[in-house]
Ligand binder design. Structure first.
Ligand code: GLY
Ligand code: MN
Ligand code: MN
Length: 440
């Protein structure tokens, strides 16, 4: 797989400009996050800025003004030999132009170059795209500069510029994946599926959850993934009933199931897979019943996914199938529509059936069409998860024999012209396959 060339970033910017039109967009970089004094968490660029530039440094900001002579102005850290000795290469303003395609570039070491460029650009624009509320310092800087710009225009009667979230545009743009983006997602899914399959082979009773977490991380990294897409969930037994369990510090019991929800991130695209298998060699009767119920719902949803359907259709369908299965197991009673209307199923199925997937695990893009309550139709190139589950925590009101069982089965799929393609089929989910892997 070739790395994305600067032509790809230019094409993304071109598409972005076509939507932004006579507006200015400001995208500040991510900053180092302090972990503890003078140690920072590993740096990851803010997804939208990376998407448009491929630039991986903190302390920078992109100023887009498509209507101007310099549509892409980039303010980046200046070169600094001492800093580079300790922390590695800094590209600097020259490379921001020659290598990253900026039309103009300057240092971000002082505020003046950006502030001046912003005021000039916004005076000629109609709107501002800037994400308010993430960073107080940036918010107050932008609000102050808007006042400066308004004053500079004199007595024109111009009101303050309306501010839009850049995700209005970039969310939609990122939602439908290009071929190059799909290649990355596919690779991230392949790596992740392979790691889950390894875990399925290698887990032994009495291992600690963190040993499995380490095994997954090792499998991700040796296949070239840069990092995790989100904190791995490695949950033995009833820990699976805590939806975002990340402590991963308990010992695995041979009689329990193990739920693993983990995804590798490759070139800023992440996978998101959940599998559940016995810590021992086989499912117990009750574990098998719950697992089969979830698998039936999951496979039925995948069958349903195609252009024209909506995420809500899939969720409604998953809910109906799960309720029917719970009725067969005598865990719920009564007519299905009534159970759903009263939200009785939520005790055991408390979450949604899927989410967009891409650079962010819960990726950007609207789930609705015009109004919030109108679901949008799925279209080719959209990528999302299908992940129904059933959870019977220790203090749930489920029959005692099911208590402590938590099952979720999660695959990543892309909508195609005809239907959909599962990107994560490299890891087994059928009971027979899993049991034969576990006892091999
Ligand atoms: N791993 C987070 C999720 O499945 O949404
Ligand atoms: Mn998910
Ligand atoms: Mn997940």
């Amino acid at each position: 797989m070739e790395s994305l060339s600067h032509i790809d970033y230019r094409l993304r910017r071109k598409q972005f400009y076509a939507e932004v039109k006579n507006a200015v967009a400001v995208l500040p970089s991510a900053e180092h996050q302090v972990r503890n004094p003078d140690v920072t968490f590993p740096f990851r660029q803010e997804s939208n800025l990376y998407y448009l530039t491929g630039f991986e440094e903190p302390h920078c900001v992109a100023l887009f003004a498509p209507h101007s002579k310099t549509p892409f102005q980039f303010f980046v850290q200046p070169r600094n030999k001492t800093k580079e000795l300790w922390e590695g290469k800094i590209w600097g303003p020259e490379a921001a132009k020659s290598r990253f395609g900026a039309d103009a570039a300057a240092s971000s070491a002082t505020e003046i170059p950006f502030d001046e460029a912003f005021v000039t650009a916004i005076c000629e624009a109609e709107r501002l795209y800037y994400r308010v509320g993430l960073d107080r310092e940036w918010d107050s800087r932008i609000f102050r500069l808007l006042e400066v710009a308004k004053k500079r225009l004199g007595r024109t009667g111009r009101s303050l510029w309306p501010i839009f979230d850049p995700n209005e545009v970039l969310g939609e743009q990122r939602l439908v994946k290009t071929r190059a983006e799909l290649e990355r997602l596919e690779k991230a899914c392949e790596i992740t599926a392979d790691a889950h399959a390894s875990a399925m082979r290698l887990v032994k009773p009495d291992m600690y959850e963190y040993e499995v977490e380490a095994l997954l991380f090792h499998a991700f990294r040796i296949q070239g993934a840069e990092r995790l897409g989100y904190g791995s969930i490695v949950a033995g037994g009833s820990n699976a009933c805590c939806l975002h369990y990340v402590a991963n510090n308990k010992r695995l019991n041979e009689k329990d199931l193990l739920l693993i929800d983990a995804g590798a991130e490759l070139d800023y695209f992440t996978s998101d897979i959940t599998r559940v298998f016995p810590v021992g060699q086989v499912f117990s009767k009750e574990q098998r019943e719950i697992y089969s119920a979830v698998l039936t719902a999951q496979k039925s949803c995948i069958k349903m996914a195609r252009p024209g359907k909506t995420m809500r259709d899939l969720h409604d369908h998953a809910t109906e199938v799960l309720v029917d299965e719970l009725k067969k197991l005598k865990i719920l009673k009564g007519p299905t529509p009534q159970i759903i209307k009263k939200l009785e199923h939520k005790r055991y199925y408390p979450h949604g059936t899927g989410h967009w997937l891409g650079m962010d695990v819960h990726d950007v893009g609207r789930y609705y069409a015009q109004r919030l309550q109108d679901p949008r139709k799925l279209a080719p190139g959209m990528v999302f998860t299908i992940e129904p589950g059933l959870y019977f925590g220790a203090d749930s009101d489920a029959p005692a024999k099911y208590k402590g069982i938590g099952v979720r089965i999660e695959d990543d799929i892309v909508i195609t012209n005809q239907g959909c393609r599962v990107l994560t089929s490299g890891v087994p989910k059928e009971i027979e396959e899993i049991e034969s892997l576990r006892s091999a």
